[in-house]
Design a protein around this ligand. Structure first.
Ligand SMILES: C[S@@+](CC[C@H](N)C(=O)[O-])C[C@H]1O[C@@H](n2cnc3c(N)ncnc32)[C@H](O)[C@@H]1O
Length: 346
């Protein structure tokens, strides 16, 4: 399985997890769930190992902790930073069967089931086999994730709902996994089940730096400001896709630039709203993926489509690049302008 399927995968994920993981919350949750000294603990989806380290300390004296994760990068970080006696880190993909040789007194699965809407129950079932008789399986996850904010404008609220719905449908994300945890355990035949509901992202007043970073990483937009002309080409060639969502344009030079560099493009469909001047269909013809400029859902769907098919789109554009460069070359445009000027009748 491609680890990129983990929705939050990005180069800052180690930093995000290290910043946002709160020792006090983990200690409270683990003690409440029954973690005691001497236990052998498994931390599934251990990330940077910070949680494993805290769980290990709560299992002292006499306990051990093993952190499992799919990301080699985070496991390497964990092995460096939390390298103490009694802790080990292992590569494991939760979609695959849990190795038979592992048995634990306490298994902790926090903030990972939400990324596996379709497989969540089977994951719990699979890992549940690794609990020693009388052991504890502790499932912690979010519910109504990203949806519960007070004081949003109607438009922002609607957009958030639609964005999360899309992640649910297209990215296997489950914003409602929290409420399902009890039924997972019940359906697996557990009888001694305890449930506790707590506020997790309780943010009010001035936002703390770590919360701000965490939320920016969830919905990441970088405002570059003005990019000098000589640097512009780097932005185009390093982009996976180029999106031009304008409602009105005089021409669309960025569209031509992106086309000439073979970047997959998602652009406003100018044929839909004739009252605005959006010349993209004429320039981009069938080389561009168009979306309804008044539908954020259509925009998101077309972006996901372009991202998923970016290699094929690049191949298709490669054969057309010379034609585009020729059509919009300075020489050609100048020739056409001269022709137009010569035809003006005074
Ligand atoms: C949001 S972090 C949770 C970290 C930690 N459990 C916590 O509570 O803060 C999710 C972790 O699950 C890991 N993960 C995602 N998909 C996985 C998979 N298929 N198998 C194993 N680990 C996975 C990611 O690499 C990431 O480190």
């Amino acid at each position: 399985m491609d680890k990129k399927l983990y929705l939050m995968e990005n180069e800052d994920e180690i930093k995000r997890l290290e910043l946002k993981t709160e020792s006090r919350a983990i200690e409270e949750q683990a003690r409440w769930a029954g973690l005691k000294p001497g236990m052998h603990v498994a931390d599934i989806g251990c990330g940077t190992g910070k949680t494993t380290f805290i769980l290990h300390s709560l299992s002292q004296p006499g306990g051990k902790a093993t952190g499992f994760d799919i990301s080699e990068e985070r496991l390497n970080f964990a092995k460096e930073k939390y390298n103490i006696e009694g802790i080990e880190f292992k590569t494991f993909n939760i979609i695959e069967p849990f190795p038979e040789e592992y048995k634990f007194d306490f298994i902790w699965i926090r903030f990972i089931l939400e990324y596996y809407r379709k497989e969540a129950f089977d994951i719990v079932k699979n890992i549940s086999n690794a609990i020693k008789p009388g052991g504890i399986l502790c499932l912690i996850d979010l519910d109504y994730n990203c949806l519960n904010h007070y004081g949003l404008s109607k438009r922002l609220e609607n957009t958030l709902f639609k964005a999360i719905k899309l992640l649910e449908e297209k990215a296997n994300f489950d914003p409602y996994v929290g409420r399902k945890l009890y039924s997972f355990l019940y359906d697996l035949g557990y009888t001694d089940i305890e449930v506790e509901v707590r506020a997790h992202h309780l943010i009010y007043g001035e936002i703390k730096e770590k919360d701000e970073f965490n939320w920016f990483k969830k919905i990441e937009v970088i405002f570059t400001g003005n990019i000098p002309n000589d640097k512009l080409i780097n932005y185009y060639i390093n982009s996976d896709i180029f999106v031009i969502p304008s409602l009105e344009e005089t021409f669309g030079i960025p569209l031509v630039e992106a086309l000439a560099l073979g970047v997959p493009i998602v652009a406003s469909d100018g044929s839909k709203y004739k009252e605005f001047f959006i010349p993209f269909n004429e320039i981009g013809r069938d080389l561009v993926i168009y979306f309804d400029p008044y539908s954020e859902v259509d925009l998101a769907e077309k972006m996901i489509y372009a991202l998923k098919n970016k290699n094929e789109i690049r191949k298709m554009l490669k054969d057309k690049i010379d034609e585009i460069k020729n059509t919009y070359s300075i020489k050609n445009i100048a020739r056409q302008l001269i022709h137009e000027f010569n035809n003006i009748k005074i």
